[in-house]
Design a protein around this ligand. Structure first.
Ligand SMILES: Cc1cc2nc3c(=O)[nH]c(=O)nc-3n(C[C@H](O)[C@H](O)[C@H](O)COP(=O)(O)OP(=O)(O)OC[C@H]3O[C@@H](n4cnc5c(N)ncnc54)[C@H](O)[C@@H]3O)c2cc1C
Length: 406
């Protein structure tokens, strides 16, 4: 049985002041999901985006897969977070009246060219009901591989989803507005930008891979990896996929006849489309799905962006701590974290974040938005304390101070 003792060094302090005006920095899927989640509660939301339009960075793909992560440790927070996040994303999609415009969560196939993976996945699938995941000896594809079928998995269209999420009377979007500094007056936050000063009762940082721009101390806990998807027209396929595929790489169909295949994973690479990343995406597909394509021609279209990863592959979601004071408070107690006194007083007043969604932001942005709404508005949450602390932003700073050799 997992232990659910509160950790003082990962404080979750209740909100005491009334919150009406909320500023969100970043209009990717994390920021947009938060904007919608809070706008429907009647709050006034200001969303700031440095680019000319929302969803130009990591959330700028035409389509991506919405699938759970396979992890056979049911008590592990990583397994729990990603499973619950997928459930939340599916639930969100099912509630949207125009859902066909936003994604197609009506089935996804997952297989592997490694027999060892398949054995483990089969055992994993047995612990869930058939309505969530099924083992199939022959998936409905031309080469009939054995693998998993997710009746509610599929493709999400992140650009369209972000636009949709930001469309609410209580949301005001400011594009080409770079937030470069935050200051708390004792009453509210002041946000400095290239377009002047803004004010809000609470601020949420959802700045993805560009977090270092305004928050260098948080940016440095993220690892950035370039990813590229390639666009294949339907003429490139013998049978264009009608549902999402996951095979080490992935193929996500869009409603416009294009399928996004991907995604490359490159460390320290500059942004921009490259032939080598297109080749990589094609090679993954050809290896897992022989004769899927009619042509070897390199794609010419696609999208590239940085993913913002964390050391434990969980996002940073929750209240923001004052880093220098926090470092000073924990430094001498690294080896006895349970003796650290309550550090709630080191939380910055009404400052929150949802960053570090890595390769799974299309699912995890929704659960993150729900959790921050519940924490910020003092609402009950179904997420255990253990899980809230597993995604707590301060854990990354704790690790830096206590586990990184200088
Ligand atoms: C090639 C590729 C393929 C992927 N495929 C999948 C997939 O199939 N399934 C999946 O679940 N996930 C996938 N991902 C991951 C997913 O896209 C990301 O996790 C998700 O989009 C992150 O969203 P975000 O809102 O955190 O960041 P972003 O989308 O990067 O948004 C952050 C926004 O903040 C803005 N910003 C930053 N700083 C400031 C500032 N100071 N002032 C104003 N604005 C600011 C940025 O301009 C940006 O628009 C993929 C990622 C890539 C790169």
């Amino acid at each position: 049985m997992a232990c659910h003792l509160p950790k003082n060094w990962l404080p979750l302090s209740p909100t005491t002041l009334p919150i009406q005006h909320i500023a969100i920095i970043g209009a990717g899927i994390a920021g947009a999901a938060l904007a919608q989640e809070l706008a429907v509660t009647g709050r006034e939301i200001l969303v700031f985006e440095q680019a000319v339009a929302p969803a130009m960075s990591a959330s700028g793909n035409l389509a991506g897969n919405c699938l759970p992560i396979i992890d056979q440790r049911p008590d592990n927070p990583y397994a729990q977070w990603h499973w619950l996040a997928w459930q939340r994303a599916v639930h969100w999609w099912q509630q949207q009246p125009n859902r066909e415009q936003l994604g197609q969560l009506t089935g996804a196939a997952k297989w592997s060219t490694h027999a060892k993976n398949l054995t483990a996945w089969r055992a994993w699938a047995n612990s869930y009901p058939d309505s969530q995941v099924q083992w199939m000896d022959a998936l409905p594809l031309a080469h009939q591989p054995a693998g998993l079928w997710f009746p509610h998995g599929g493709s999400f269209y992140p650009r369209r989803i972000v636009q949709h999420l930001l469309t609410h009377a209580n949301i005001q979007l400011h594009t080409q507005t770079v937030i470069n500094q935050l200051a708390h007056t004792g009453q509210h936050w002041q946000l400095s930008s290239n377009r002047g000063l803004f004010e809000a009762d609470a601020v949420i940082i959802a700045s993805g891979a560009q977090t270092a721009l305004a928050f260098p101390e948080w940016g440095q806990v993220l690892q950035l990896n370039k990813g590229q998807v390639s666009h294949l027209p339907s003429s490139a396929w013998n049978n264009p996929p009608e549902f999402a595929l996951s095979y080490g790489g992935y193929a996500s169909p869009t409603p416009d006849g294009i399928t996004c295949i991907g995604a490359s994973f490159e460390q320290q690479a500059p942004l921009g489309l490259t032939d080598s990343a297109h080749l990589h995406n094609l090679a993954l597909l050809n290896q897992a799905y022989p004769n899927a394509l009619t042509t070897d021609a390199l794609p010419t279209q696609g999208h590239s962006a940085y993913r913002a990863n964390t050391y434990d592959h969980l996002p940073l979601v929750g209240p923001v701590i004052d880093i220098p004071d926090y470092q000073a408070a924990i430094r001498s107690r690294c080896h006895q974290p349970d003796t650290i006194p309550d550090l709630s007083s080191l939380l910055r007043p009404q400052l929150w974040m949802s960053i570090g969604h890595g390769s799974h932001g299309l699912t995890s942005a929704f659960l993150a938005a729900q959790l921050i709404r519940q924490q910020l508005l003092n609402q009950p949450t179904e997420l255990s304390l253990t899980l809230q602390q597993a995604v707590h932003p301060a854990r990354a700073i704790f690790r830096q101070v206590c586990y990184t050799k200088s």
